[in-house]
Design a protein around this ligand. Structure first.
Ligand code: ADP
Ligand code: ZN
Ligand code: ZN
Length: 733
């Protein structure tokens, strides 16, 4: 019999991030269970507060006066034993608090005491007696008879003009009755049926490998259109047959409407859809629907990986290389890593799918951590588009100073004449600006880190955001002596203006952060372009994902260099992935597609490999670079972000923390510390930002110690410095 419980208190302060022991009163002994939400007295005032039971003990040394649990809150446990195992691992891995982890598993509504929404509906209770056999009673009775339990009292009087007092009279006399019914807040829209396809032999082979293999983690490396989605759906239906549940993760629900359409179309309304745009009520209802075993499948963005299924058999992570699987707030988890941990804990199958797998994932597949399944053919027989790389340095030499190459202009003209559609893609991100020579393509980089230097307008200096090294930009190219050294950085707006000048009468539409501020904007632009209301779609990476427009025959990548020169060790990988993805937007219909990639570094391997559809070639080169430069997967990174509204204080404390860590790390020769230095985006919303980057064999203990050191420095002096730790950050922005 358990007499004591280890409890995490629902309080954000980091001092209470530990397991507190409480006594279980005799009347609660038979009901208490791991994963329950309970109310406990806490603090000096013994205020009652929510807590979560993470541990149970039979005996304990009672060396202080222990408090009793006050009550158990819900009829169900909010966490399973496996969730608790995962929470404990996550806390260590992501250097965060228990509570931050627990919150990922619960909808807000639970702690807010939310209830399912109910309304009172009118039903028939008894036969109509003689007394009420005339109108208006007769009419009301007959209407309810035909619509038993469908309408509420107010609906009946408002919509159908029945008198409220007559309805009340009938209820009072037991002819009718009003009863509460649960209203579902989730989307129960019915989608067009999406018929099951007869799988081809490649798809069949993948299915049989996945179902029979002793391994339970798989990476499907299949080109766009190779029929991966059909494989996922087949696996889901096999799971349903075995009474097992499935989670399908997609990068962003709003950007992948097709996936939800297909799953709902195939499996009906009994699919939960989960994403960040749901209201608290919708989220709560969906969560409860899964908890109550009403659905077996969920499609969602990264947070859906924590949904409370009780018999999970399958996790699919589509487009597994996407950075949106990484959380930007604490816990800074990566859904792919959580998928791996869950698969280990539960023994369920994990399927990662991508046309351009994350280098880390492919490395794991090569080293037998995942079973690798490769598909090189399109399922519907469509051809891959023809890709051309244009050397922008040549354009300049020939006197073309515009941002469009002659070849791109020519092809736009031609597509417009044929009434076909065009996508122009500018992979600009954040405020990152690098400096390069337009004549020879030379880019100013840091010697230590092989990372492009970022130009800071305020200080007029070039900064390496890995190690903090700064230099003055030269006005002459150190490689070719050209004076044509420039900052890079055009926006989609500028492109649109130029296109309008060059092609009078062409209808353009823009999709970027500015034009998609509201929830429905994205869909509007998408529909408008799909319906042919514009000839040219100009956009940022937003347009790179899953869009399927049959009439698009030309895709132009305006400046491949923009991602290539991000201050990030994954810049090449990002470039390869982005080019491959946008290229996949061309020629999806019966017409053949063309892709034109403009760049100042046509010899770059990421660009060449992307243009040649050569993932393996790209991987081999990239993995050897990572090894030489000591970047993941060969080492770990720990990014320490610091922010404050007061710049002086921030700099002072960043340096203090830097010094302390340097001393702490003195004995660890396998760890390098870079910085402190200003972040790439050195100020966001009045908050100045600095960071320190650690590189090397960062163990869980070391990370914990670093966290403690930082707390010690900050706690004693100042509390306006916000610090966050990120193990294996996806970017340094
Ligand atoms: P991916 O997810 O790999 O990009 P999809 O599953 O979307 O590929 O398939 C690409 C296209 O091929 C879709 O239009 C799909 O309907 C079609 N398709 C997939 N599998 C088959 C099949 N076995 N027979 C016929 N068409 C298929
Ligand atoms: Zn030059
Ligand atoms: Zn550097």
């Amino acid at each position: 019999m358990y007499k004591y419980a280890g409890i995490i208190i629902n309080n954000e302060a980091s001092q209470v991030d530990k397991i507190f022991t409480y006594k279980i009163s005799d009347i609660m002994l038979s009901d208490i269970a791991l994963g329950q939400r309970v109310k406990v007295p806490f603090g000096l005032g013994n205020k009652f507060i929510d807590g979560y039971v993470l541990e149970l003990y039979e005996h304990i040394e009672e060396n202080y006066k222990m408090k009793y649990i006050k009550e158990i809150c819900d009829k169900f446990t909010v966490l399973t034993n496996e969730d608790i195992t995962l929470i404990k691992k996550m806390k260590e891995k992501y250097i965060c608090t228990y509570l931050e982890c627990i919150k990922l598993f619960l909808p807000k509504g639970i702690t807010k005491g939310m209830k399912q929404k109910t309304s009172s509906f009118v039903f028939i209770n008894n036969k109509l007696s003689l007394k009420y056999s005339k109108n208006p009673y007769k009419a009301i009775y007959e209407f309810i008879e035909a619509n038993n339990g469908t309408y509420t009292k107010s609906e009946l009087s408002k919509k159908f003009d029945f008198s409220l007092s007559s309805i009340n009279t009938l209820i009072k006399n037991d002819v009718l009755k009003a009863e509460d019914k649960i209203l579902n807040r989730f989307n129960s829209k019915v989608y067009e049926a999406y018929e099951e396809k007869v799988l081809n032999t490649i798809q069949e082979a993948a299915i049989s490998r996945i179902t029979t293999s002793k391994k339970n983690k798989f990476l499907i490396h299949g080109i766009t259109g190779s029929g991966k989605t059909e494989i996922y759906m087949k696996l889901v239906s096999l799971m349903i047959k075995e009474n097992k549940e499935s989670i399908i993760l997609v990068p962003e629900i709003a950007l992948t409407p097709q996936m939800v359409e297909r799953f709902k179309g195939r499996f009906g309304k009994d699919i939960a859809v989960f994403h960040s745009k749901l209201s608290d009520g919708e989220r709560y209802d969906e969560w409860l629907r899964i908890k109550n075993k009403k659905v077996k499948v969920a499609v969602g963005a990264r947070s859906a990986i924590f949904l409370p299924f009780s018999n999970l058999g399958l996790i699919v992570i589509d487009e597994e290389h996407e950075s949106s699987y990484k959380s930007e707030v604490s816990p800074k988890y990566d859904a792919v890593e959580i998928g791996i941990m869950k698969s280990n804990i539960l023994g369920c199958k994990l399927i990662l799918g991508s046309a351009t797998p994350d280098i880390k994932s492919f490395y794991k597949a090569k080293h037998n951590e995942f079973d690798l399944i490769t598909i090189n053919e399109r399922a519907d027989g469509a051809k891959l588009p023809e890709m051309t790389v244009v050397d922008m340095r040549q354009e300049l030499l020939s006197g073309n100073k515009s941002m469009f190459s002659r070849s791109l202009l020519f092809n736009i003209e031609e597509a417009l004449n044929k009434k076909e559609q065009i996508i122009l893609f500018l992979n600009r991100r954040g405020h990152s600006t690098f400096v390069s020579c337009r004549e020879c393509g030379y880019v100013f980089k840091c010697d230590n880190c092989d990372i492009s230097l970022t130009y800071h307008h305020n200080s007029k200096k070039l900064v390496c955001h890995y190690c903090g090294k700064t230099m003055k930009p030269l006005s002459v190219c150190p490689k070719c002596n050209s004076k044509y050294v420039k900052y890079f950085g055009a926006g989609t707006e500028k492109i649109e203006q130029e296109i309008k000048l060059k092609f009078k009468g062409a209808r353009t539409i823009r999709m970027d952060a500015d034009t998609t501020k509201r929830k429905e904007d994205y869909e509007k632009i998408y529909e408008s372009f799909k319906n042919g209301n514009a000839d040219i779609l100009i956009g940022t990476q937003m347009i790179a994902k899953g869009l399927d427009f049959k009439n698009v025959t030309l895709v132009g990548v305006i400046a491949a260099d923009l991602t290539l020169n991000l201050p990030d060790y994954r810049a090449s990988e990002r470039t390869f992935q982005l080019i491959s993805q946008v290229a996949g937007r061309a020629g999806r219909g019966s017409k053949e597609g063309k892709v034109i990639i403009q760049t100042y570094s046509p010899e770059n391997l990421a660009i060449r490999a992307a243009a040649a559809n050569d993932y393996l070639g790209f991987y081999d080169n990239e993995i050897s670079m990572r090894k030489i430069m000591e970047y993941p997967p060969f080492t770990k990174l720990l990014l320490i972000n610091m922010g404050s509204k007061k710049e002086d204080e921030l700099i002072k404390y960043s340096e203090k923390i830097g010094l302390k860590l340097k001393m702490d790390l003195n004995n660890f020769d396998k760890i390098k510390m870079l910085g402190p230095c200003p972040s790439v985006i050195s100020k966001i919303k009045e908050v100045y930002r600095w960071h320190i980057l650690l590189k090397g064999e960062i163990t869980i203990e070391l990370a914990e110690n670093i966290k403690k050191s930082i707390h010690e420095i900050l706690k004693s002096d100042y509390n306006e410095i916000r610090v966050s730790l990120d193990i294996n950050p996806v970017s340094l922005l």
